[in-house]
Design a protein around this ligand. Sequence first.
Ligand code: SF4
Length: 418
Amino acid sequence: MTKRIYFYTFGCKVNQVEIDHLKKKALSAGYIISGDLNNADIVVINSCTVTDKADKKYHSFIRKIKKNYPDITIVTTGCLPAIDKNIEDSDIIVPNEQKENLFYYINTKDSGKHADNTLINEKNAVGSSSKTRAFIKIQDGCDSYCSYCIIPFARGNSRSRDLQSIKAEFEEKLRKGYKEIVLVGIHIGNYGKDTDVSFSDLVEELVNIPGDFRIRLSSIEVCEIDDKLIEIFEKYPNKICRHFHIPIQSATDKILSFMNRNYTVYEFTQTIKKIRSRLGDVNIGTDVIVGFPSETKEDFEHTVNNLYHMNFGYIHVFPYSERKGTKAAEMKDAVPVKIRKERAKFLRDVSEDLKFSYSKEYFGQKVRVLVESDGKGLTDSYLTVNLLNHAEKNTFVIAHIIGINIDGSLIGKVSYDQ
Ligand code: SF4
């Protein structure tokens, strides 16, 4: 009997992209994808181990499954098995680097259980062409060993995907009708370290593919933004989104060095100045960890000041969370959790201010928007636009910005007399 698999993923965008890929493979391997655990024979869990909290979430999910669905076969893959060798409650463990062979593991080891009828068809499972945005994974792993991060241990060193296979998937997404393609990976700027095609070469190849689309880069490290990449942005303004997400993590050199980040605040500032002087009003967002061990009140204030001056369009704020097995988890001078939370709240308010200030600049402008649903679209600079008049989903339109909401989203009227 055909078996039904329920897929569940924890963690980052890469894990989500991988689970979509596995769903596709499951369908071609003859499985049915179930949207409901009650009707599934097998559950495939793509785990995350980025913090101790992530591990706890995984274990609590497994406990619930064991209790409520004692007959289901539990398959665990993702980052956790590389770090935790004792995932005793899983029937099948598939190492991250063996994900491609997941169904071989299941076929040879699974014993199979019941079946019923709620399922998701292929369209829902892998993303339909009526959606506007698709994600393509271009590399895996990381060579950086930031002191707070377990990822290089969980995913191994950086490995780049073959250029031709990326191009083939890119073209397939365009054929399916996607208008925005996001390049994702664990550390996308590491792309090409193990091949003779650099990250900028890859982006140049992709922007030159004919079609009506735009490319968005996911998070990229500051040291990996080279002149060639900036030139591509200059040369193909409609093909690549004027949006950078560059994690700074802290804006004091002392904490950056404890974090084992390979830049100073000055170097970071110089790069974003260069980007702005060459590309104009790009939206630059960032990630910041607050309450890292030994971050004093003064360090935090210094960070906040610097972040204001850097004029980020938004900040994703993370209170520091220990991860067993990392250097940072062994460091002295831990900041009390209460203070971490207070700093995070403060910085989130700063982020709201910055976002509003950035959005305000759009007032009165005409901007190109990709319509994502009836009444909503996204600029290439990653701002949501609430559209007052009807516009066809999954098309690019020009919107005249006539208002800004308090959350920084824009209000626009589609302008047909461009
Ligand atoms: S760059 Fe640092 S934070 Fe990012 S995955 Fe690599 S080690 Fe982790």
